[in-house]
Design a protein around this ligand. Structure first.
Ligand code: PHE
Length: 461
């Protein structure tokens, strides 16, 4: 794959490689681990609907915006922003958008690696038969005792982080391309197998009701904010991942069509994950809002009972690990590209030091499930705060700035040129979305949630 090693001038060898890489970035733990549990914590149907609304009206337009900034700037996000700001004659302070992305990237990678480590461990647990014939209580208690051991989860976290660092250090070459080309479709097929099994043995009716029947009386401002954050997280937006991948995209590729496809795959996989998990949740009397362990507790029950479950289960967690790896690479890549450009370090040194820093932060998240479980600020552990701040605050904020930049600071001509769909209805729709809908939507949701938060901590009353 023609991603740059030293220079960011190189390009993807084809549109498909970009689609694969961007899908590899988008599809990961966000779809299979985070989407179901955040949906469970926010009451289901109405949350899913708001999530879909956020993807279509805010996520996709901003994703197109990020890609076009990357392709036009052709550098790491911070420097691409500076280049474009100079080109458009606006303040170079816009580069701070890139900075925000680098900080968000560090935080996300830190906890992402911890959870990906769980997935690695589960390849062996499930493959080794730890869940054969299991029930809800046993599966949950295995998860609790696993995450309760700091050393164990720090070990798996280290393994995952080292692997990510090595791949990024080598430049994202052929390996990744193969990974996304074969392993992502394989993950999709295996997910379908679990969906079919869950549908036939679990409580499908309750699951479909839960996911798709919207009861708006359950919806709070916190849930709306969570839906927005999940849309950004799942589409890899607001921190420069899609921007850096866009910077390797050739000028001939159609951004709208390509991005449309990536967003469709991402959303489809999240929905499938929901359909795999919730029939089991309701069939086995589990609690949908039980938090980050949801996928690990539910799917293992399915694997514990289905024919060849040990094999399918091990394979599933292996593929989930690969999906997480292709996402983690895209989180580290913009950071490393910027370090290489700015300090003229070698890629190896830049990757090593960046991964190490994220690893250290990740240890805090790993400890949140055991030693530090009781250290909480406004009810949230260190892990919860990392997840909340990066996903729900920084990513939407980054996205908001991208929308304002492409909508108001870049010339209409420049954006139209990059999108290459003329200046007809489609382009006008995109422009209204980035100029008005996305910024106002994000601000309203932020404002609303801020009020609730202040009420929560009794500042306003
Ligand atoms: N989109 C990835 C996932 O769903 C996570 C990610 C977030 C990747 C931000 C890059 C940037 O798992």
């Amino acid at each position: 794959m023609a991603i740059a090693t030293e220079s960011v001038r190189e390009k993807w060898s084809s549109r498909w490689v970009f689609i694969l890489a961007a899908t590899g970035s988008a599809v990961g733990l966000g779809n299979i681990w985070r989407f179901p549990y955040v949906t469970g914590e926010n009451g289901g149907g109405a949350f899913v609907l708001i999530y879909l609304l956020c993807v279509v009206s805010v996520g996709i337009p901003i994703m197109m915006g990020e890609t076009l900034i990357g392709r036009r700037g052709r550098k790491s996000p911070i420097n691409a922003m500076r280049t474009l700001a100079l080109e458009e004659g606006v303040s170079t302070n816009w580069r701070f958008l890139g900075w925000l992305g680098v900080v968000a990237g560090f935080i996300i990678l830190s906890f992402y690696s911890v959870v990906a480590g769980w997935s690695v461990a589960y390849i062996f647990y499930v493959g080794g038969g730890a869940f054969a014939g299991t029930n809800a209580t046993a599966s949950a208690s295995l998860f609790d005792s696993f995450t309760g051991s700091a050393w164990r989860i720090i070990g798996w976290h280290s393994l995952f982080m080292v692997t990510t660092g090595i791949i990024v250090a080598r430049g994202v070459t052929g390996g990744l391309e193969k990974a996304v080309k074969w392993l992502m479709p394989a993950l999709f097929v295996l997910l379908l197998v679990v969906v079919v099994y869950a549908m036939s043995t679990g409580n499908l009716g309750a699951a479909v009701d839960y996911l798709f029947a919207s009861d708006f009386s359950e919806l709070t401002s916190k849930s709306v904010l969570a839906a927005l954050g999940q849309a950004f997280f799942s589409l890899s937006l607001g921190m420069g991942a899609i921007m850096i991948y866009g910077s390797y995209l050739s000028a001939e590729t159609s951004i709208p069509r390509t991005i449309g496809l990536v967003a469709l795959c991402d959303t489809g996989i999240a929905m499938l994950a929901g359909l795999a998990i919730f029939p089991i949740v309701f069939g086995f009397g589990l609690e949908p809002g039980s938090g980050p362990g949801l996928v690990f507790v539910t799917l293992t029950i399915a694997f514990g009972h289905m024919p060849f479950g040990q094999l399918f289960g091990a394979l599933f967690f292996l593929l989930l690990t690969v999906a997480a790896l292709t996402s983690a690479i895209s989180i580290l890549e913009p950071v490393v590209a910027w370090v290489v450009e700015s300090f003229r370090w070698s890629r190896r040194k830049a990757s090593g030091i960046s991964a190490l820093s994220a690893w250290v932060l990740g240890v805090g998240s790993a400890l949140s499930f055991n030693q530090w479980a009781d250290i909480r600020l406004v009810g949230k552990t260190f892990f919860d705060w990392c997840e909340f701040l990066s996903t729900t605050v920084m990513l939407p904020l980054g996205g908001l700035l991208v929308a304002v930049f492409v909508g108001w600071r870049m010339s209409k001509r420049a954006t139209a040129e990059e999108l290459g769909i003329g200046e007809g209805v489609l382009f006008q729709t995109w422009r209204v979305l980035v100029q008005v809908v996305a910024p106002i939507g994000v601000l309203l949701i932020f404002g609303n949630a801020l009020v609730i938060f202040l009420q929560d901590i009794n500042v306003l009353d």
